[in-house]
Design a protein around this ligand. Structure first.
Ligand SMILES: *Cc1c(COP(=O)(O)O)cnc(C)c1O
Length: 400
């Protein structure tokens, strides 16, 4: 990742089709569009590839998560369990519906810690939202059993793990609903865009209407359509979908490159004492979008992070000190810095964040380095990079 590194003729051709017909909208204008339905084609491609009944494209990954929650009927007063390590989009999507994000610890998978999830369940809990961070998955079997036992909805945020699998099934298809982002820096990009996938025809109908002002999409006269329930506009445009269509067809090419580059880096780091790798749950196959490893302690991780930067190793993240992906720096959430009044339920519901600690998460994120696996590297570049990374780590340990 990211897919934009390999933009080429295929992407240009799909966009050119849309420009030639001039129909930039995904619905209607049947006569004008000269047979081009980029959003529909991309939805079908996603359904076929992931063996899922329904795919609803939307305007972003964040919108996809919100739409998934809304489709499942989650809103004011409801609690959604989410991990301490994720992108801010996770709590944004929950808050947008007036629901309350309940942030819990992660474990050595870098995703939801099962005991912490169990401990967080209350009568208000409606959904559990694992986030398959950095190319690998949550402990989905355990989460599914918890959801069955407590009658909760399982929503997978697979935005960073497209192409990964669990027990032979595509990530995103194991929960009640799954979400992907196609933003500019993801493995597959539309520029901006996202998708919700589900096998439930009820949720699919909700997603279809809700993301387009409640339109029921019956008949061929948009103005005459009815609105069975309230909606918003989270449509994707045909231009964005066209880019995504070309990119999605190249998913296998991208995954093969990710796996190759990941493996070269991993082999270089494996022999080093004091380097361990994130746990991938049994039955899981990573998308190889990132190589994640742990160092001995927080200070070593900080020093390795600096050494990487000084030696030209870009795109390796020490998320402990990052503003966007880890609870430690989410002060705007903890202090409820909102432009507009939040509901009483959310205000009270978020109060726990003023004092809750995340020691288990600190233990893992403090020692973790996440290295993005790029597509455009040559094999020589990856090998040199892997060698430099290994040298940086050994030097840091030698000097401590
Ligand atoms: C990128 C991302 C999102 C949000 O996607 P956008 O398309 O940027 O809105 C949500 N969750 C995770 C884990 C992400 O990485």
């Amino acid at each position: 990742m990211p897919g934009f590194e390999l933009f080429g003729e295929a992407e240009r051709q799909e966009v050119q089709d849309v420009l030639d017909s001039g129909v930039l909208m995904r619905y209607g204008f049947d006569g004008l569009r000269q047979g081009h339905w980029k959003a529909k084609d991309l939805e079908h491609a996603i359904q076929n590839r992931f063996k899922i009944n329904h795919a609803q494209l939307v305007s972003s990954g964040t919108a996809a998560v919100s739409m998934a929650l809304a489709a499942a009927g989650i809103g004011a007063g409801d609690e959604v369990i989410m991990p301490s390590f994720t992108f801010v989009a996770s709590f944004e999507a929950i808050l947008m519906l007036g629901a309350t994000p309940i942030v819990v610890d992660i474990d050595d998978t870098l995703t939801l810690d099962i005991q912490s999830v169990k401990d967080a369940i209350t009568p208000k809990t409606k959904a559990i939202m694992p986030v398959h961070m950095c190319g690998s998955m949550a402990r989905l079997d355990d989460l599914k059993s918890i959801c069955v036992e407590h009658h909760l909805i399982l929503i997978e945020d697979a935005c960073q793990a497209i192409g990964g699998t669990y027990r032979g099934k595509a990530l995103g298809t194991l929960g009640d609903l799954g979400c992907f982002s196609f933003d500019f820096v993801k493995t597959v990009t539309c520029g901006e865009g996202g998708v919700v996938i589900t096998n439930s025809s009820k949720y699919a109908k909700h997603l279809d209407h809700f993301s387009d002002h409640g339109h029921d999409h019956m008949g061929s006269d948009r103005g005459a359509e009815t609105h069975p329930f309230l909606g918003y506009n989270f449509r994707i445009s045909e231009l964005n979908a066209a880019v995504g269509l070309a990119q999605f067809r190249r998913l296998d090419e991208f995954l093969a490159l990710q796996k190759k580059h990941y493996s070269i880096m991993r082999q270089a780091l494996e022999p080093i004492d004091g380097v361990t790798f994130r746990t991938v749950p049994k039955g899981g196959v990573e998308s190889y979008a990132f190589l994640n490893f742990f160092l001995n302690d927080l200070e070593s991780a900080r020093e390795v992070s600096n050494a990487f930067k000084e030696n030209g190793i870009d795109a390796c993240f020490h998320y402990y000190d990052n503003n966007w992906h880890y609870i430690r720096k989410w002060n705007h959430l903890k202090e409820q810095q909102s432009l507009y009044p939040l509901s009483d339920e959310v205000t009270k519901g978020l109060d726990y964040l003023r004092h809750k600690t995340f020691l288990k998460s600190d233990h893992y994120i403090g020692r973790n380095m996440s290295c993005l696996v790029k597509l455009s590297w040559t094999e020589t570049q990856v090998r040199e990079r892997a060698k430099t990374m290994a040298e940086c780590i050994k030097t840091v340990y030698f000097n401590r």
